[in-house]
Design a protein around this ligand. Structure first.
Ligand code: UGA
Length: 446
């Protein structure tokens, strides 16, 4: 049996979903972990045991790691980088206007670390970067710190927002890409230390897959692109289902039973959003273009996705008539349940589209936070479900939060003035809704 080397100190740069989750898991596994972020407010909040964003089960892990002093959140590279054996890069990679990835934070943060790092350090890339970034970055780090002896490893992350902790502790696979066996092994040892530590996890059962740097980079974006493709496929079949009186949920249940296909990520609805799929799809299209490859299939997936919010609004309009002057209760604004994140949320696109068509929108979400100003200021945010629904002509479930899925249809029917219920996530019990007197409208569920 392989012996696990005692892991040294690590730094994690970037306290977003990936960085904070990675840091608290390592710290709770007995590994001294420095968490660096330039945002003082984030570091202040984490030092007080509170995540800067909503994420299930994370505050308990932050608290225990801070109490045991195994997690040291800081804004200072100088204080912690010289003591670090392994440095994880978990900074954001937003997209540029042309769809390509903006790698400024990745390059800047690792260059800042390289001038302070000690010889033998291993840089581990967890940020989602286009294939080819690692080799460019290594060149840049050699220019920045010519005397530094370092290794570079790509170790992409597959956690989902909302289930970040559980996903990290129970991965299907751990991808580790690079040329230097020692570095790959040291990174694997960190995960094995988590697998043998106090946190309940199935890491030891995960497949450890060692690849070249480029393959690891491409695995990450291709995995997201493929999942996005599945969703757009389901949405295309949903449009057809509407025309031929089929129910897309039944269709996907039927095809998903084929083990070669699988049921996951075949839920049709208002389309995908968030900080990953939209930008990773456009990033992959852009990288492919740079290499002379036209990824038509991904362009089609992206176009289908962009069409979905309007498809839902048009469908509603043909059922309920003009939306001008109608009062709409919009339930859910985050890009999916379990997260406060509203980046590229189709629910926000829906809200704005209702406003454009002259409706009054009262929106409620249990956790959503707005940082990017994408939501029209005409949307009235209310504090609870009832305030949104009371007196509305139309209720729209735009995000599949459990409190919406489990709503009492009789109660909602009484509270509403009208009776049209739009299920943008196909997550509600259609029969029960109809039984309660609601005019149910799903996506592809004629
Ligand atoms: C996604 C991937 O699932 C993770 O594996 C990956 O690590 C992450 O991106 C990332 O690159 O960081 P995430 O963006 O958190 O995770 O959310 P998902 O659960 O994948 O959902 C993405 C969007 O697709 C949501 O808007 C969701 O509502 C939508 N979706 C998902 C559907 O419309 N239908 C489905 O069947 C599944």
């Amino acid at each position: 049996m392989k012996t696990i080397e005692k892991p040294g100190h690590i730094s994690v740069i970037g306290a977003g979903y990936v960085g904070l989750t990675t840091a608290v898991i390592f710290a709770n596994s007995g590994i001294k972990t420095f968490l660096i972020d330039v945002n003082k407010d984030k570091i202040y909040s984490i030092n007080r045991g509170k995540s800067p964003f909503f994420e299930e089960n994370i505050n308990g892990l932050i608290n225990s790691a801070i109490m045991s002093r195994m997690l040291v959140p800081t804004t200072s590279y100088a204080k912690v980088i010289p003591k670090s054996d392994i440095i994880f890069c978990c900074v954001g990679t937003p997209d540029n206007a042309d769809g390509s990835s903006n790698l400024r934070f990745v390059f800047d943060s690792l260059k800042e670390a390289a001038v302070l790092a000690k010889n033998g350090v291993i840089f581990v890339q967890k940020s989602t970067v286009p294939v080819g970034t690692g080799s460019k970055l290594m060149k840049s780090l050699r220019n920045t710190a010519p005397k530094l002896d370092f290794s570079y490893v790509s170790n992409p992350e597959f956690l989902r927002e909302g289930t970040a902790v559980a996903d990290s502790l129970n991965p299907d696979r751990i991808i580790i890409g690079g040329d230097e066996i020692r570095a790959l092994q040291n990174v694997a040892d960190l995960y094995l230390a988590v697998g043998s530590g106090p946190l309940e996890s199935s890491i030891k059962k995960a497949d450890f897959i060692y690849t070249t740097l480029e393959s690891a980079e491409l695995i990450k974006v291709s995995a997201n692109a493929f999942l996005a493709l599945k969703i757009s496929f389901a949405n295309s079949i949903a449009k057809l289902s509407d025309k031929v009186d089929a129910d897309v949920v039944e269709v996907m249940d039927g095809i998903g039973k084929d083990r070669r296909i699988g049921r996951a990520f075949l839920n049709a609805g208002r389309g995908y959003g968030g900080g990953c799929f939209p930008k990773d799809v456009s990033g992959l299209i852009s990288t492919a273009k740079d290499s002379g490859v036209e990824l038509e299939i991904m362009s089609a997936a992206s176009a289908v996705n962009s069409s979905m919010p309007d498809y839902v609004v048009d469908k509603l309009q043909s059922r309920a008539g003009t939306l001008r002057g109608k009062r709409i209760a919009l339930l859910g604004l985050s890009f999916k349940a379990g997260t406060s994140d509203t980046r590229r949320s189709p629910s926000v696109v829906l809200a704005n589209s209702f406003i454009k068509r002259g409706a009054t929108v009262l929106a409620y979400d249990p956790e959503a936070k707005f940082e990017d100003g994408e939501l029209s200021n005409k949307v009235r945010l209310v504090k609870n479900f009832e305030s949104a629904v009371r007196g509305s002509n139309i209720a729209v479930v735009a995000t599949d939060w459990p409190e919406f899925i489990n709503m009492n249809f009789e109660q909602i029917a009484k509270l509403m003035k009208g009776n049209v219920l739009v299920d943008c996530m196909n997550a509600l019990d259609k029969r029960r809704a109809v039984k309660a007197g609601l005019d149910y409208l799903g996506v592809g569920r004629s």
